[in-house]
Design a protein around this ligand. Structure first.
Ligand code: PXL
Length: 285
């Protein structure tokens, strides 16, 4: 295979390390690497497990490390193609990361914020409404955001609709989220028909909506939002338009969920995305 002359893309991803229970950095790193992207990390916290479905987990907040890490990076003349944030360790980190965006964003940098803080109508255990409003302010600084329906409702301070929404609700929510600042908004966990699940995207520069759905696999699978956002970014950095990137992310994520459902493993440990990395590579080709 010929070696390409293309400059390798670099992402800085800012999320926690959950040591057990695949999510955040333990999925972002392998997915972005498989997509050919150099992945630099800024860990926001270290937990023995993620906080969804486990009890007794440890939590070490790394807020104090953010500024010294950034100060060192500023001496390195780093070319950064994307900054991608996920689960944050504290409210204070939201302000530090806003500053990081200002310091490291270059004209072509894609800033993707996944406001990973809630699902199924509930905030994750560590967070409150104040945190959700801070996440809204961080989303305002992004180019692309990828909330689920719960996160979207929290940031817009509107009621969580459960399953009771229609295309008008989705499209007005997407427009309201774009009104915060990001040019592109991807809403995940969208369903208009029983047995179907997917994503809706809005590009405010084109005023256009795109949808993509696959079959809904029964059950709740932890870490799939992080898998989705990582694959979405892999698509965007490989030059795919958002309509194509949401398709790639949906197909890859559902393939990993399908495999895990068939294996009947405990879903709190995460899904078997590793055996589907080849699917992602083919989807990106
Ligand atoms: O996948 C989202 C996520 C990331 N990191 C931690 C979490 C969760 C969701 O519960 O607890 C620590």
């Amino acid at each position: 295979m010929p070696v390409t002359q293309q400059l390798q893309k670099r992402v800085i991803t800012i999320q926690d390390i959950s040591c057990v229970g695949k999510c955040s950095l333990t999925v972002a790193l392998p997915i972005l690497s498989a997509a050919g992207i150099e992945t630099s990390i800024l860990p926001t916290a270290i937990l023995s497990t993620h906080t969804g479905g486990f009890t007794g987990y440890t939590f070490r907040d790394l807020t104090e490390d953010v500024e010294p890490i950034c100060a060192h990076w500023r001496t390195l003349d780093l070319r950064i193609d994307a900054i991608y944030t996920g689960y944050l360790g504290s409210l204070e980190q939201q302000q530090l990361i806003t500053r990081l965006f200002e310091q490291f964003r270059q004209p072509e940098t894609i800033v993707l914020v996944d406001p990973a803080m809630a699902d199924g109508g509930q905030l994750y255990p560590a967070f409150d409404e104040q945190f959700a409003l801070g996440m809204r302010d961080l989303c305002a600084k992004a180019d692309v955001i990828a909330p689920n329906i719960t996160e979207a409702a929290l940031m817009l301070q509107k009621p969580y609709p459960g399953e009771d929404y229609d295309q008008d609700w989705v499209e007005s929510t997407l427009r309201e989220l774009a009104g915060l600042g990001p040019a592109q908004v991807v809403l995940t966990g969208v369903s208009f028909a029983e047995g179907k699940l997917g994503a809706a995207a809005y590009d405010s520069r084109l005023d256009s909506f795109d949808y993509y759905f696959t079959e809904r696999v029964p059950g709740y699978y932890h870490g799939t939002g992080d898998i989705y956002s990582s694959a979405l970014l892999a698509g965007l950095l490989n030059g795919k338009p958002v309509a194509e990137a949401i398709r790639i992310a949906c197909e890859f994520t559902v393939a990993a969920i399908r495999r895990t459902h068939a294996a009947a493993t405990d879903p709190k440990f995460g899904v078997d995305f590793e055996h589907e990395l080849v699917t992602l590579i083919n989807l990106l080709a």
